[in-house]
Design a protein around this ligand. Sequence first.
Ligand SMILES: Nc1ncnc2c1ncn2[C@@H]1O[C@H](COP(=O)(O)OP(=O)(O)OP(=O)(O)O)[C@@H](O)[C@H]1O
Length: 262
Amino acid sequence: MSVTLNDEPLLNVSGLTKYYGGRIGCQDVVFQLWPGEVLAIVGESGSGKTTLLNCLSTRLPPSTGVIEYRMRDGSMRNLYQLSEAERRFLMRTDWGFVHQHAADGLRMTVSAGANVGERLMAVGDRHYGKIRATAADWLGRVEISEDRIDDDPRSFSGGMRQRLQIARNLVTKPRLVFMDEPTGGLDVSVQARLLDLLRQLVADMGLAVIIVTHDLAVARLLSHRIMVMKDGLVIESGLTDQVLDDPREPYTQLLVSSILQV
Ligand SMILES: Nc1ncnc2c1ncn2[C@@H]1O[C@H](COP(=O)(O)OP(=O)(O)OP(=O)(O)O)[C@@H](O)[C@H]1O
């Protein structure tokens, strides 16, 4: 997989640490993310993946450390020094967050079209006809038949709900999308189709993505770079193919050999 690197990072993370009381969530995480780059965070349950993702996406304030983000105007801003209005604006426009459980990222009692259209209204679109047409177009892009536009997601299958959540997140053309086990809990055949779709959309739109997964096959398919976590620490990182084909750390070797027969 190739990635076009701009010469400025999108995200600059240094010394990121989160404690829960005396327990370590994640510790001293350092990395940069470039525009259009897909980074997978992998590791066993309890290794700190979700903690890190939540800190990065401003859902969970870190104990120490700095996360800087390159805003659309080019300025580099410390995420935890943004005003609440700035942070919300970022989350509604420039960022997406795809939850493992679609119900956490969708409004289950409003129509599929409204789920997508709502994000457009949040960025200032007011023209009903245009919003509906864009929503219909996005339903098509995530392979949901247009005649389901007025149905609410409660009547959708798990895979359809997840695709709708993706449409809702991508309709505003974000620059950075966080994903938390986006294919978790789905049937294997549904997972494969969803992964394929995600890979295409991410490449077409040139999205930067930070994806948490315990599934190395997902990381292999989607990501350019990978960070392996254990007990809250990043113990190995590098290009995905390099790390998975030739893991340096015994722990990564074990993960590769036990979780995924590559
Ligand atoms: N709200 C919390 N309060 C206290 N400890 C927590 C809390 N959330 C996570 N932890 C602890 O922080 C560590 C990292 O947990 P985290 O959920 O980030 O791991 P994970 O890799 O995402 O696991 P999983 O794949 O099971 O979601 C674990 O030791 C966990 O018990």
